[in-house]
Write a protein that binds this ligand. Structure first.
Ligand SMILES: O=C(O)C1=C[C@@H](OP(=O)(O)O)[C@@H](O)[C@H](O)C1
Ligand SMILES: C=C(OP(=O)(O)O)C(=O)O
Length: 457
């Protein structure tokens, strides 16, 4: 990474020299990789994960499962399963072979600041044969976990969290969990529901999860959980399939070892697609899936509304910016993790935007609504927080330091602003390693592959 000489932790965000015109191969999905790891670890036979994302969040997940006794081996991607060109993807040529084993404690799990690790693994730990200690970054202590803790207790687990409903904590695994029916308020994170469903085939009675409370965010991520469970042989009843609203049921049963090729992370494709929008250029993301549960697929519609068009071909998804950026009024509750990137584009638009339905972002990696408001306003923007989102009135922006609060999506959002605004310096761009370790190189490669004058809005 290029560092600002005055301040080693500042990354001068490159201004686009012209309309971008590039193909960007995006590494695998965090959400798919971490679900794939958990399901493979709980299976009754070995499985493969090809093109896994190798980032802080997924390496923490793999390490945590290893400490509980699961075998996760690095291998060359040689099977004929999946696409033959798996080795062509940067950082994606490797595969993981996952060899399930009895889950053991004592073990210590570092969750970092990974929501998927801190929520998906406590139910796994309840199946271990000894205590599993969970700890993580200071921010992980503040992120909601009480719903998972209470639900696991109701299902038969013993957990010592000093009654804080948060990390750090110890799950005293006893080798099995009774399971059964449980109510949970998952309005602060869909990951509570996903966590209980993912391990439920291994509970004695499976699980019936009933969400009670305000609306559930991030429904595509729950659909991803259900789809992936079914793909390894689990029986899952869902509200969509004619079941009761807000109720999911998983039947107990053995899971199959599968050979899964991880899709590119469509939410991490966002800054690159945004670059096409912001510069009036064109970006192609290879291997964009035709059908997917990833929330990033919504970018096709959102960014088209904001100015441009996209085309899905054998080459991947190509998004072409029109040279104009329009504001948008949009409910992002289903796709909350896209908010920082949409806010960045909205700040450069030709009309105001309202982003709604994302109050729960206050409890993400950082308080994303406060952070976006502060940082965009410090560059001259006019952003106000609402009860559940942001109002963004575009104004001419100027350079300055964009603080990122250990939030990968704040860093990539800042890079998008920097394409159009001279002198944006991104503090701690290395925080992108949470889900996209190659970000600075991918960004500069995209720009250096893109000659020609800018056609900026
Ligand atoms: O299950 C998942 O993989 C995720 C669910 C969402 O969490 P919330 O429902 O907490 O927003 C999303 O924001 C996060 O990035 C990944
Ligand atoms: C909210 C996010 O992450 P986590 O999985 O830590 O919740 C995110 O990646 O935007």
């Amino acid at each position: 990474m290029t560092e600002s000489p005055a301040h080693p932790a500042l990354w001068p965000a490159p201004v686009a020299p012209g309309a971008v015109d590039a193909t960007v191969t995006v590494p695998g999905s965090k959400s798919v990789t971490n679900r794939g790891l958990v399901l493979a670890a709980l299976s009754s036979e070995p499985g493969w994960l090809r093109r896994p994302l190798r980032s802080r969040d997924t390496l923490l997940m793999a390490e945590a499962l290893r400490t509980m006794g699961v075998g996760i081996e690095e291998t060359a991607s040689s099977s004929s399963a999946g696409s033959a060109d798996a080795g062509d993807r940067p950082g994606g040529g490797e595969a993981w072979r996952i060899i399930p084993a009895g889950l053991h404690g004592p073990a210590v799990v570092d969750v970092g600041n990974a929501g998927t690790v801190m929520r998906f693994l406590p139910p796994v730990a309840a199946l271990a044969d000894g205590p599993v200690r969970f700890d993580g970054d200071p921010r992980s202590y503040e992120r909601p976990l009480g719903g998972v803790i209470d639900a696991l207790r109701a299902l038969g687990a013993r957990i010592d969290d000093d009654n804080r409903g948060a990390l750090p904590m110890t799950v005293f695994g006893s080798g099995a969990l009774e399971g059964g029916a449980v109510e949970i308020d998952a309005s602060s994170s869909s990951q509570f529901v996903s966590a209980l469903l993912l391990s439920a085939p291994r509970f004695n009675q499976g699980v019936e999860v009933r969400h009670v409370g305000a609306a559930l965010p991030s429904m595509p991520h729950i659909r991803m959980t259900v789809d992936m469970l079914r793909s390894v042989g689990a029986q899952v009843d869902t509200p969509e399939a004619g079941g009761e609203p807000n109720v999911w049921r998983v039947t107990p049963g053995a899971l199959l070892g599968r050979d899964l090729v991880v899709e590119p992370d469509l939410s991490n494709a966002q800054p690159f697609l945004a670059a096409a929008l912001v510069t009036g250029g064109r970006v192609t993301i290879p291997d964009w899936p035709e059908h997917t549960t990833q929330p990033g697929d919504a970018l096709r519609e959102i960014f088209t509304t904001m100015g441009g068009f996209c085309e899905l071909t054998d080459q991947g998804l190509t998004f072409t910016g029109s040279g104009r950026i329009h504001g948008i009024d949009v409910d992002l509750s289903e796709v909350g993790e896209l908010t920082p990137g949409i806010a960045a584009v909205a700040a450069l638009a030709d009309s105001p935007s309202t982003l709604r339905g994302v109050a729960h972002l206050r409890l993400h990696e950082t308080d994303r609504l406060a952070a976006l408001t502060k940082e965009l306003n410090e560059l001259g923007g006019d952003v106000t927080e609402t009860a559940d989102g942001l109002h963004i009135r575009p104004r001419p922006l100027h350079g300055g330091i964009f603080h990122t609060y250990d939030d990968h999506r704040l860093a990539t959002a800042a890079a998008v602003i920097g394409l159009a605004v001279e002198g944006v310096e991104v503090e701690n761009v290395a925080t992108t390693a949470k889900t996209l370790p190659d970000f600075p190189a991918l960004w500069t490669d995209m720009l250096s592959a893109s000659p020609g004058p800018a056609r900026r809005a």
